[in-house]
Design a protein around this ligand. Structure first.
Ligand SMILES: Cc1ncc(COP(=O)(O)O)c(C=O)c1O
Length: 387
């Protein structure tokens, strides 16, 4: 019998037997203090968590489900997607080490590298966001301890041959960490492609309802898992029971939301690509778009986040466009049920190698609304941009 799909397994982990009569979802246990009956049992892990930081039932189930999704030996949850990036980078580097990454990484991940890590004596080389595997591997020198990847890239959506980078790094004794938020642990499986640590902002598609902040970290190697566990313990980066409970609930319907949003995303990307106001749609699932070949080779699905490079315009035109939209909310983040639009041209200035764009850069997150209604909304937005 073939093994069940992610869609089935994420639900079957809730209905498994052997626990007697119980609710489908674990109880929401809000706890810092845990009480024991006898003094000798107070520190016995076999009786369950000793203290709130050990994680209540929902956190434990969430970690197990994430490990299953990632095909990992172990998974951790931390208080934000940003922490999911910073924790393994911190855990796996020492002063004197170098990190190699690209302009592709999420802005605050970059800030952590160039501010906190630099102060710790860990330097970072930022390559252009379109650096290919060969360029990344050539940049790894004697001090390089870790390569941090994000594919597709934040905001500009370039793809990299992750398996080639991971294999080259492994041969050189360099660790790899991939921010896999766009694929949500579903469309791309980093560990199966040789990556050491797969991370994602659970804030986005897993939470799915724009009401929690959390990150997930998954790995196979026991030394790597214990370095990450120690960093979480040492720094006290734990997650509240309410958030763990919400994320676990989101996880059950993740594959359906992701697939539907991806379908709408592609429909909207195709429509935008044909519009005279638009120069390029940055969306790897779209044939002809940046990164399409690697996406088609490696990915089993599409997220619903894309960049739209306009033909010319200026900041005022970008703002006019956003203000004219009535269905797209104006707000940061993505992966929730609602469509969102942001204006991102100014973010290019922070890059070591700013790309030459033909015009304003707008980021769209496509939610679960009817895509035809979203297209009508975008039509209003494009008219305002042009006008
Ligand atoms: C690619 C990527 N990684 C990580 C994060 C960080 O997630 P959080 O907002 O939960 O810190 C984001 C947030 O936008 C993101 O886009």
């Amino acid at each position: 019998m073939s093994s069940p799909s992610d869609r089935t397994r994420l639900i079957a982990s809730a209905t498994r037997r052997g626990f007697g009569r119980r609710p489908v979802n674990p109880p929401l246990e809000r706890a810092s203090t845990m009480l024991s009956d006898r003094a000798e049992a107070m520190r016995d892990d076999a009786d369950g968590p000793v203290y709130g930081l050990d994680g209540m039932t929902a956190a434990r189930e969430l970690r197990a489900a994430l490990a299953g999704l990632e095909g990992a030996e172990g998974a951790f949850i931390v208080p934000s997607g940003l922490a999911a990036v910073t924790v393994p980078v911190l855990a796996l580097t020492r002063p004197g080490d170098e990190v190699v990454t690209t302009d592709a990484v999420y802005g605050p991940s970059r800030r952590f590298l160039s501010r906190y890590q630099a102060a710790r004596g860990v330097t970072t080389r930022f390559l252009p966001a379109d650096a290919d595997a060969e360029t990344i591997l050539a940049a790894a020198g004697d001090r390089t301890r870790l390569v941090l990847l994000e594919s597709p890239a934040s905001l500009t959506f370039q793809m990299v041959d992750v398996a080639a980078v991971a294999a080259g790094c492994r041969a050189r004794g360099v660790m790899t960490v991939l921010d896999n938020t766009w694929a949500a642990g579903l469309a791309f499986k980093p560990l199966a492609h040789g990556v050491d640590v797969s991370v994602q902002a659970l804030t986005k598609y897993v939470g799915g309802h724009s009401d929690l902040l959390m990150g997930g970290i998954a790995a196979n190697d026991p030394r790597c898992l214990s370095a990450i566990a120690n960093a979480i313990e040492d720094m006290g980066w734990h997650v509240s029971p309410d958030d763990a409970w919400l994320a676990l609930r989101g996880l059950r319907t993740l594959p359906l939301r992701y697939a539907e949003q991806g379908r709408s995303g592609l429909k909207i990307a195709r429509w935008l690509q044909a519009r005279p106001e638009v120069s390029r749609v940055l969306y790897p699932p779209l044939p002809g778009s940046v990164g399409h070949d690697l996406w088609a080779r490696d990915f089993a699905g599409a997220a619903s986040l894309m960049g739209v490079v306009m033909k010319g315009g200026n900041e005022a035109a970008g703002r006019r466009m956003l203000d004219a939209l009535t269905l797209f909310g104006l707000g940061y983040s993505w992966g929730g049920f609602e469509s969102l639009a942001t204006h991102e041209t100014h973010q290019m200035a922070y890059r070591d190698h700013p790309p030459a764009l033909e015009g304003e850069l707008i980021r769209l997150h496509v939610g679960l609304e009817d895509p035809d209604d979203l297209i009508a909304d975008l039509e209003r937005g494009l008219a305002a941009f042009a006008g």
